[in-house]
Design a protein around this ligand. Structure first.
Ligand SMILES: Cc1cn([C@H]2C[C@H](O)[C@@H](COP(=O)(O)OP(=O)(O)OP(=O)(O)O)O2)c(=O)[nH]c1=O
Length: 195
């Protein structure tokens, strides 16, 4: 089955390769990422991942399997997406400092005749950060294209004291859940013949 990754995120591409998927194609969608007001973070990431998948499905081959995801950070009811400026990144990091937040990723698989959307949550606790540390981290540029203004896979690892759940969900793709969802579409990542 031809797998189409509907994502411009280099992390998601890397993570698919990590679990042995080869030969997939990348078709970044250009959908409106603004969410309807009043949705919970879980509803929001599910809806956005479904929207990203739907935008690519139209041009996909009939036997293709489209995979799309969306990640946000939730802090006590507030949803943090990607920061629009270094100042906003610094504000997000100050809000996350010394507290626990949730990272939500919605995942949609759209195959021949079936579409499935699920989400995964990971709880992440930051240590207390000084203003100087926040400024230094923002100056690296790493926060700018990432939900919640940090990347756990980079220097952001220095901020994370504790994590509960799927680490890869924080990077933007919950691999354990993905494996289970792919199996439902007939794609087995752990097969005896090494596929
Ligand atoms: C919290 C966190 C987020 N992120 C990233 C994952 C996502 O790429 C990004 C959230 O933005 P998304 O809108 O989920 O994804 P994207 O715009 O990068 O790619 P596309 O819409 O084409 O699929 O934040 C990290 O890489 N590390 C982290 O620790």
């Amino acid at each position: 089955m031809k797998i189409i990754l509907a994502s411009g995120s280099p992390r998601r591409r890397q993570l698919l390769e990590q679990v042995g998927l080869r030969g997939f194609v990348v078709r970044a969608s250009d959908v409106d990422e603004s969410a309807r007001p009043g949705l919970t973070p879980a509803e929001m990431v599910e809806e956005l991942s479904a929207r990203k998948a739907a935008a690519v499905v139209r041009e996909a081959p009939k036997d293709g399997l489209v995979l799309a995801a969306d990640t946000v950070v939730a802090l006590e009811g507030a949803v943090l997406g990607k920061p629009a400026s270094p100042e906003e990144a610094a504000r997000m990091l100050a809000a996350l400092s010394g507290r626990t937040h949730q990272v939500y990723t919605g995942l949609t698989l759209a195959g021949p005749g079936a579409v499935r959307t699920e989400h995964e949550v990971t709880a992440v606790t930051f240590r207390a950060l000084s203003g100087a540390e926040i400024a230094a981290y923002v100056a690296t540029g790493e926060p700018m294209d990432k939900a919640g203004a940090y990347g756990i896979q980079g220097l952001g690892a220095l901020l994370v004291q504790r994590l509960e759940g799927d680490y890869f969900n924080v990077m933007g793709l919950p691999l354990c859940r993905l494996g289970r969802m792919l199996r439902a579409f007939g794609v087995e990542l752990l097969s005896p013949d090494g596929h």
